[in-house]
Design a protein around this ligand. Structure first.
Ligand SMILES: Cc1cc2nc3c(=O)[nH]c(=O)nc-3n(C[C@H](O)[C@H](O)[C@H](O)COP(=O)(O)OP(=O)(O)OC[C@H]3O[C@@H](n4cnc5c(N)ncnc54)[C@H](O)[C@@H]3O)c2cc1C
Length: 186
């Protein structure tokens, strides 16, 4: 698992419960900067997640059988190459910036890599819907009724706000439903 937020903790623990023998959290800063809630981290540790802190992934390595191009394992993940980091000067947000330690690269054997480093909306809807306005992060722009820039089209949840919570997505759904009802009633 690459990342140190709540989603990374959740996905790591879920992977373990689904039967993974070993799950690593690879995070480029230290425990102090880890953005996940403290209890999420403690629960992950209790459950046996292996925290690889001050480590940054550099490359995902795939299997290739030079003798058999039809080997079904070809292209499957077999490891990630990581580099050790140290903390340098604080960045603009005051968090110490991770700096790679030259020559400290190493290989971690894994068979699945999950990136949990923040998400942004899939651009498919924006790219295929003429006149749909989005902000610079790709989030759909809506008014107070959750109406988009297209008449009769409403949006809410992560696709508007970016990664948030279930409860806020449900709230957005209720607001949009009210807006849709008003629109149809007219
Ligand atoms: C690993 C993980 C753990 C999380 N843990 C928590 C937690 O503990 N508590 C919490 O409150 N939140 C948590 N969240 C965040 C929460 O899941 C989201 O904020 C919430 O699901 C957003 O709801 P949504 O309806 O906006 O979007 P989603 O739940 O993402 O639903 C969007 C749906 O639209 C579908 N879709 C996408 N594109 C199209 C298309 N073109 N056409 C048709 N359908 C499409 C998708 O398949 C998906 O089913 C977690 C998120 C992750 C990834």
């Amino acid at each position: 698992m690459v990342g140190g937020g709540n989603v990374a903790m959740d996905a790591a623990r879920t992977a373990l419960r689904l039967g993974a023998d070993k799950v690593y959290i690879v995070y480029r800063r230290s425990m102090e900067e880890l953005p996940a809630r403290k209890e999420e981290v403690e629960h992950a540790q209790e459950e046996g997640i292996d925290f690889r802190l001050l480590n940054n992934p550099v490359e995902i390595l795939g299997y290739r059988n030079p003798d058999n191009p039809r080997d079904p394992k070809n292209g499957c993940v077999e490891a990630i190459r990581c580099i050790r980091m140290e903390l340098g000067e604080p960045d603009e947000k005051g968090r110490r910036r991770p700096v790679a330690i030259p020559g400290s690269e190493f290989i971690l054997d894994v068979d699945t890599v999950i990136m949990a480093i923040g998400t942004s909306p899939n651009p498919l809807i924006k790219n295929t819907t003429e006149g749909l306005e989005v902000n610079r992060w790709g989030g759909i722009i809506v008014n107070e009724e959750n109406l988009t820039s297209r008449e009769g089209i409403y949006a809410g949840g992560d696709v508007v706000t970016g990664s948030a919570t279930v409860i806020s997505a449900m709230g957005a759904g209720k607001i949009a439903a009210q807006g849709i009802d008003d629109y149809l009633s007219k």
